[in-house]
Design a protein around this ligand. Structure first.
Ligand code: 16G
Ligand code: ZN
Length: 592
């Protein structure tokens, strides 16, 4: 609809900074919100075209800037099965976003894209105009600018494609993984997107899988006495820092009519209605980067000293696709400088989560008598994974581990292509587990053969198989999901009767440090070998190697351009805190 197109073009370009170059990066487009109106316009068109080329399959659009500060925002497109947008379409998105100099130029670019996408699909599949449908599922986080940006998406889709069969389902305030989940659900179940509801899909699904696991492992408890399961919890309360983001609203929705969940959960940093507090001194990124407690945990400690030492804490990020855990224990008096701070903080990050899940599935497979040849279990990490975690996987657990570039889509792809049970997590707490179709087949086949062989085998094997099956439900396989990951982690702790300290003891993290360096042009920093080595600027890697060599065999440092900020990141680890500080500073100096 050209008239509409032109009208919207002028409308959303009011604040356009003509020289700005947009880039669909690791997590879509992400900038200060004032730069985003034109991009919302072009990205909506791209999402609409994507749906058209897939015969009207539902495509997701999520408006969020995750852990970034409150003034930022962003947008990303979700594929029908809940994956991230395919790479060729990232390219179209970038092209169209950078074609807004004049309407003629924009129109030409759009026609080019339509020709190689929709037009091609129409010809190849001999579609008629009647076959052309498009379905968009829209979600947003709690930022102040999110409403305005969501409005642009709805307006653009409904007006630009007004002559086709268009449906837009605005889910309102949802977490990123919920948007992925519902998009996938709509396509899998082939339902009308306008009927999508979290209350009848996402919430009961994950709660049910969690409770079923407890029932399976604690059969002696009358399921009607759900409260009694609490006596098996290896921690006091589960305290959830929601980064003052949408996670607090959604998790509250999930448990609000459920006194049992409420009895062991405490939500803090839940001011999602105060957008200026989003991610400020709290949330997964703050806790992981600063390796310290978020705001409002300290207060809690002084109030309820004793009890809180048995608590398990976790932090979500701003859109609840990441989670990290932590706990506190009493320090020896000699260990604290500040007399008010008597507890020591222990971080259980994405690496700790992935190694624990990998060990758990490894044991479950053994109990179910499934060999590595039958189902291949593996872990996918990035260069940011702590060196100790990689050694622990390889030497202690003997589980294969691969390393990919940063960004969920790379880890996801590796997990799907290499393993039947692929555990992938970034150190920052972003990740999930994926199960190949073979996993389901093997479980069914084994369960069936056990039934036939008239009960000669031990029930342990059956429990293991059923446990595995329930975990395929409890885990949100479409994308990393703080709520689902959190429930999975506590289910593992409860089933294996481990507390946070037991979990942490498996291996000891090497001291590590991540810093940000502002440079003139970050695009000159090009890497290879899963971002662990620089190929440009020339000669820089040799210099880094020279510095690292001074810090002994465990030391490691690498440099890469951020995909979400205009900066370069320098990571280092070494055997002591002093050494890691010196190492990161030295490499940082080199980069400047
Ligand atoms: C994005 C990625 C996240 C990654 C981060 C790295 C997705 C959905 N998100 O937030 O996984 O850890 O970027 O940021 O892929 P950086 O490139 O600025 O270091
Ligand atoms: Zn996030």
């Amino acid at each position: 609809n050209k008239e509409k197109l032109k009208e919207l073009y002028s409308k959303f370009l009011k604040n356009k900074n003509a020289n700005f170059e947009y880039q669909y990066g690791t997590a879509g487009f992400r900038y200060n919100h004032t730069l985003l109106d034109p991009v919302m316009f072009t990205t909506s068109i791209i999402a609409g075209l994507r749906s058209l080329t897939l015969g009207g399959k539902a495509i997701g659009i999520m408006i969020t800037a995750s852990h970034n500060p409150p003034q930022d925002n962003g947008v990303k497109i979700v594929e029908p099965m809940g994956e991230m947008l395919v790479e060729s379409w990232e390219f179209y998105s970038t092209q169209l976003a950078n074609s807004l100099q004049t309407f003629e130029f924009f129109e030409k670019k759009l026609c080019d894209i339509i020709n190689v996408t929709v037009q091609k699909t129409i010809i190849e599949n001999s579609l008629t105009k009647n076959d052309l449908k498009l379905n968009i599922v829209l979600g947003k986080d709690s930022r102040e600018s999110s409403d305005r940006l969501a409005e642009i998406v709805s307006t653009t889709i409904t007006s630009v494609f007004s002559n086709l069969k268009v449906k837009v389902k605005d889910l309102g305030l949802v977490t990123t993984p919920q948007l992925h989940y519902l998009t996938r659900y709509a396509n899998k179940e082939e339902i009308d997107i306008t009927t999508l509801k979290l209350q009848s899909t996402y919430f009961p699904h994950f709660k049910q899988a969690f409770i079923e696991l407890l029932k399976l492992h604690y059969k002696e408890i009358d399921p009607a006495q759900v409260r009694d399961y609490l006596s098996y919890f290896p921690f006091g309360k589960l305290v959830i820092d929601c980064a003052n983001g949408v996670g607090s609203y959604q998790f509250d929705q999930m448990i609000k009519n459920d006194p049992w969940f409420q009895s062991f959960v405490e939500i803090i940093n839940d001011k999602y209605l105060v957008p200026s507090s989003l991610n400020v001194n709290c949330g997964a990124d703050y806790v992981k980067t600063n390796q310290r407690l978020p705001e409002n945990v300290n207060g809690l400690l002084t109030q309820k000293q004793g009890a809180s030492l048995s608590n398990l804490y976790c932090s979500f990020d701003g859109d609840a696709d990441r989670v990290v855990f932590y706990y506190l224990n009493e320090m020896e008096p000699s260990q604290f400088d500040d007399p008010h701070q008597k507890q020591q903080f222990h971080l259980l990050d994405g690496d700790k989560i992935s190694t624990m899940l990998a060990k758990f599935f490894h044991d479950i497979l053994a109990q179910a008598k499934i060999s590595q040849d039958e189902l291949k279990l593996g872990v996918v990490q990035t260069a940011y994974a702590n060196g100790s975690s990689t050694l622990y996987l390889k030497d202690n657990l003997k589980i294969p581990a691969s390393c990919t570039k940063t960004g969920v889509k790379h880890l996801h792809h590796e997990a799907v292509s290499q393993y039947d049970i692929g555990v992938y997590f970034e150190a920052n707490g972003h990740g999930t587990v994926i199960f190949s179709p073979k996993v389901y087949k093997v479980i069914e086949a084994k369960l069936e053969s056990i039934h036939k062989s008239s009960g000669e085998r031990v029930p342990k094997e059956i429990v293991a198989l059923k446990t595995l099956k329930l975990f395929t439900e409890l885990i949100n396989q479409s994308v990393g999901d703080a709520i689902s990951d959190m429930l999975s982690v506590i289910a593992v702790l409860i089933i294996s009767q481990k507390n946070a300290e037991d979990w942490n003891k498996e291996y000891k993290d090497l001291p590590n440090r991540l810093i940000k360096v502002i440079v003139d042009d970050r695009t000159v920093f090009k890497t290879t070998n899963a971002e662990r080595q620089l190929v440009s600027p020339r000669g820089l890697q040799e210099k880094i190697d020279g510095i690292v060599a001074k810090y002994g065999p465990l030391a490691r440092s690498f440099v890469r351009a951020s995909g979400t900020e205009d900066a370069v990141r320098v990571y280092a680890e070494a055997k002591s805190t002093e050494e890691v500080e010196a190492l990161v500073a030295e490499v940082g100096e080199l980069v400047k």
